[in-house]
Ligand binder design. Structure first.
Ligand code: ADE
Length: 425
C-alpha cells in the first residue's frame, strides 16, 4: 500500500519512544516462554508465509511479542488498537521502528481516529483478522462484503467478541470460520480470571492509590473475569459484594463466600464498583443517586458501556480531573462520584493490562489458531470453531515445563480403566 495523507505508513505518537518500548517488550518476553517456542518454530517453518494479517489488539508489550511471532511466521502483519485508551505508545513506536510492522495506535486517540484505523486495517485486505471485541470483523461484514473472498478466517480474543460473533452467526452473516480463542481452557481460565483479577486491581491502585483492605467493593458480573476480580479483592482484605443476573453464577458467588444482592441494594453500600458483565448500563442513574459521597466506579469489561456515564455527565454540575485517569463528578446535592479510566477498561487505561505470564498462553492460542486457519483453509465450515484440544493441552504442557512443574502420567492399568465401561460397582 502506497502511503498517502489519509493512509500513512504508520500512525504512532512518537518514534523516539522506540528504545523504551524495546526494553519493555524484551522484559515481557522473559515471562512468555510458550510464545517464544512458537516463535522459534514459526521462524523455521514459516506457516504464515504470504498471509496478510490484521491484528486489532491492545497495543501492549505482550501484543508486541505476538506481532513479532506472527511476523517470524511469515505474516505480512498490521496492528491497530482495540481500544482508544489501551495503547502503550513506546511499544507502538518500537514495532514500527525496529520491526517494520505498521502500527496505527495512539493512546487517547478519539473515536473518529479509532474507526479510521479500522478502515486502514481493512485496506490491508486481510486474509486473517485477529480481533479483540470484534470491531474489525463487524466492520468488514457491514461495509466490505467485497473483501470476504480474501478472508481465510478470524480469531477472537474476548468473551464480548464471541457474543457478537454468535449474534452474527444467528443473523446468517458469519460466512467464514471464526476461531474461538477465548474459550480455550489455557485462555479464559487464566487470562480472564487471574489476568483480569490482578490487572484490574493494579489499574485501580495506580489510578487512586487507595487501600483496598476494609473497603466494600461491589463486583458486577461473576463470569471468569468477575470471579478473578472478586477473589483478588477479597485477598486484599476488601469486603466484596457480587451482583449477577445469572442464577447459577449467583449461587457460585454465594458459595464462594460473597454477599450477593441486586445493584440497587449494593449501590448505597459500596466504596468502589467494578463492572465486568459485558452488558450495557449496569450502573445507571438510579444507582448513582444512592451512592455514598466519593464512591468510585470503574469498568473492566471490554466496552465502555457498562457505566452510564452520559447520564452521570448530564447530571453533574462539574467534572474535574483529580489524578491521572481519575475524574470527579460533582452532583447537584453536593456529593461526588469518582470515575476511573473514563469507564474504559481500567486495567489497560490506568495500568498495563494482564501480566505477560497469562498473555503468554492467550497469545500462543492466537498464533496457533492462525496457523490452524491456514492449514485448514477451505476445509472449515463457516461459523465458530473451538481451539483443538490438542493445541490447548500442548500450550498447558509447554507452560508447565517452563514453570518447572512436573505432573503424573497414567499407569497402563489406569489408562485401561478410564477407557473401559465394563468395570463398575
Ligand atoms: N488484554 C488484557 N491484557 C492485555 C495485555 N497485557 N495485552 C494485550 N491484550 C490484553
Amino acid at each position: 500500500m502506497v502511503a498517502t495523507a489519509s493512509h500513512p505508513q504508520y500512525e504512532v505518537k512518537d518514534l523516539a519512544l522506540a528504545p523504551v518500548g524495546k526494553q519493555r517488550i524484551e522484559w515481557a518476553a522473559r515471562e512468555m516462554p510458550v510464545i517464544k517456542q512458537v516463535r522459534e518454530r514459526f521462524a523455521q517453518e514459516k506457516p504464515l508465509a504470504g498471509i496478510r494479517l490484521v491484528a486489532c489488539c491492545h497495543v501492549t508489550t505482550e501484543t508486541a511479542n505476538l506481532a513479532i511471532t506472527l511476523q517470524a511466521g511469515g505474516a505480512d502483519a498490521l496492528l491497530i488498537a482495540s481500544n482508544p485508551l489501551s495503547t502503550q505508545d513506546d511499544v507502538a513506536a518500537c514495532l514500527v521502528a525496529d520491526y517494520d510492522i505498521p502500527v496505527y495506535a495512539i493512546k487517547g486517540e478519539d473515536n473518529e481516529t479509532y474507526h479510521r484505523h479500522v478502515q486502514i486495517a481493512l485496506d490491508h485486505k486481510p486474509n486473517i483478522i485477529i480481533d479483540d471485541g470484534s470491531d474489525v470483523v463487524a466492520t468488514l461484514v457491514k461495509e466490505r462484503q467485497d473483501q470476504l473472498s480474501d478472508l481465510i478466517g478470524t480469531t477472537e480474543e474476548t468473551t464480548t467478541g464471541i457474543v457478537r460473533l454468535e449474534a452474527m452467526f444467528k443473523d446468517g452473516v458469519l460466512t467464514f470460520p471464526a476461531m474461538n480463542v477465548n474459550d480455550a481452557e489455557t485462555k479464559h481460565f487464566f487470562d480472564n480470571r487471574y489476568g483480569t483479577g490482578q490487572s484490574t486491581l493494579d489499574g485501580i491502585i495506580r489510578a487512586t492509590n487507595i487501600l483496598l483492605a476494609g473497603k466494600t467493593i461491589v463486583v458486577a458480573g461473576y463470569g471468569w473475569c468477575g470471579k478473578g476480580v472478586a477473589m483478588r479483592a477479597k485477598g486484599m482484605g476488601a469486603n466484596v459484594i457480587v451482583t449477577e443476573i445469572n442464577p447459577v453464577r449467583a449461587i457460585e458467588a454465594a458459595m464462594d463466600g460473597f454477599r450477593v444482592m441486586p445493584m440497587i441494594e449494593a449501590a448505597p453500600q459500596g466504596d468502589l464498583f467494578v463492572t465486568v458483565t459485558g452488558n450495557k448500563h449496569v450502573i445507571r442513574p438510579e444507582h448513582f443517586s444512592t451512592m455514598k459521597d466519593g464512591a468510585m466506579v470503574c469498568n473492566s469489561g471490554h466496552f465502555d458501556i457498562e457505566i452510564d456515564l452520559k447520564s452521570l455527565g448530564a447530571t453533574a454540575t462539574e467534572v474535574k480531573e483529580v489524578r491521572n485517569f481519575t475524574q470527579e463528578y460533582k452532583m447537584p446535592d453536593g456529593k461526588s462520584i469518582v470515575v476511573l479510566g473514563e469507564g474504559r477498561l481500567v486495567n489497560l487505561a490506568a495500568a498495563e493490562g494482564h501480566p505477560s505470564a497469562v498473555m503468554d498462553m492467550s497469545f500462543a492460542n492466537q498464533a496457533l489458531a492462525c496457523e490452524y486457519l491456514v492449514k485448514n483453509q477451505g476445509k472449515l465450515e463457516p461459523g465458530m470453531h473451538s481451539i483443538p484440544t490438542e493445541v490447548d493441552q500442548e500450550i498447558a504442557t509447554l507452560k508447565l515445563k517452563a514453570m518447572g512443574i512436573e505432573i503424573d502420567t497414567l499407569t497402563a492399568e489406569q489408562e485401561e480403566y478410564i477407557n473401559s465401561w465394563t468395570v463398575g460397582t
